[in-house]
Design a protein around this ligand. Sequence first.
Ligand code: PEP
Ligand code: MG
Length: 578
Amino acid sequence: MKAAGIPVSRGMALAPAHVVLPWPVFSDEKREFHTPKERQIASVQNAVSSLGTFYTEAANTFYAIGDNTRGDIMVVHNAILHDHALQEEIVRQIRDDYALESAVLRAFRTYSIMISQIDNEYLSQRAADLDDVALRLICTILGRAFPEIRLGDQPVILIAADIPPSVMAGLHAGQVAGVVLTAGGKTSHSAIIAAGLGVPVIVGCEEAQSLIKDGEPVFLDGHSGELHWELLPREVDAFTLMAQRNDRHMEQLSFLAGQPTCTADGTPIQLSANGQDALSCKEINRCGCDGIGLFRTEFLFLDRKVPPSEDEQFFLYQSVVKQMNGRPVTFRTLDMGGDKIIPCFPTEEEANPFMGYRAIRMYLDREDVFTPQIRAILRASAFGKVRIMFPMISNLEEFLSAKGHVLAIQKELSDQGIEYDPQIPIGTMIEVPSAAINADILASHADFVSIGTNDLTQYTLAVDRLNVAVSYLYNHFDPAVIRLIQYTLRSAQQSQKPCSVCGEMASDPLAVPLLLGLGLRHFSVGPGALLRTRKLISLCRLQSCQELASGILRATSAKEVIEQIHRWIPEAYAEWVV
Ligand code: PEP
Ligand code: MG
């Protein structure tokens, strides 16, 4: 049996499936007037007691196998569960007529605000733990299974509707051989983090979750986007061979770690990484690159009830800058809204969140959010090369206002005697068609530009990048997108401003020769794609890429563009495209 999804990250894996139950969502507004309160309170107490036993046993099991980290987490969760203040709050909410799940959610929310005021960095970072304990407690009360990700010694292929980015960020390549998400688009943030693990990832594979049995061997092909299950012995043999070939590729790529990036005719190309946390720096440094071309700062805010303080942000940014050891780090200011829901900054529900109040559009209204962030980034700039980049800019006024705000904060820091880099480059993303069409105007005012092809494709083609139903229309090879990229590259060149591509297109093997031919000399790709992109670039001759690009600029459809690229591909390159 097989099903097709949308490929996100290449590679192949043959491993047992781990089918993850859907993450439950509970309302915090549900009322319950009829069940006697004492009965509700007793069911919470029973659930606390059985969940407490679960935590104790789990901690003992982890300690017995020497996994002290996870053992300690279980102990912390047990302590949260038994906190008197929290239990009293749950009882209070029940007496206020809230249904059990709503009472628990509301009590945890109050509790989280309470501990955030204790002014203890450790406690204020426990938001994800609180969510975890709250969900587990509700599931225990309601007798529902908790969507556990059980990881053992043998890597598994995760099959899930979606996995929250905060949970995905805690996974490691040694535990996970591949990821299949039935929901979301290829540029959803869960998918981007999964791709950062360097394992094959596909999304939009709707059949997978209901048809595959937990534990059965499956074969995931991140090149074609296919997932195979109920494998016959001869299929197992064939897939084993394919996976071995893929492993050989991986081995060949490992020799490129730490090497410079240049084309077959010796032109040096800048290859940067996209990062989102201090952990990703380890993999980025293992592969070696020219810095971080896009640091998505929103990940620090994602799983929090309370926003990170200026100091907490500063410590993260400083750690990233130091780990990059003199290579530039481009911090993109908080890009919230759209699919990036930041619980600590609740906003009104909107009919069209991708077109609405998001990213830079909130910038000047929310000084409480952006001033601490810019101060933290500027303070980190005293420790290495830092650049600031704004997302979703759609006109020059927005860019100039945001830049003016940065300059004002620079002055404030100077007055306070706080060190920062006064020459810090301030740039803009080009991810909205109006920004691309006005790229000459923006490039003349910005210190650098970076093309976000994920959103540029979404907005140019009017296709929601997360909507599986219209994903057949989402294609960065559409001539409209390619023309906007070409115009942006040319405008940046005329203004003598650096220009990179930091969307997923930069790591698409079919796009690499085209982008080189269009004049791109700076690629920024996910950590899992660094080595392969370096390899692909090394197989390209600039002149032949330029010929390819000029042919493609006359193409009339995405299909024709892709056909032209396939016709261009030399034999040595083809091996890396499969
Ligand atoms: C993009 O839109 O291409 C981009 C890099 O930003 P994000 O994927 O975070 O929206
Ligand atoms: Mg974007």
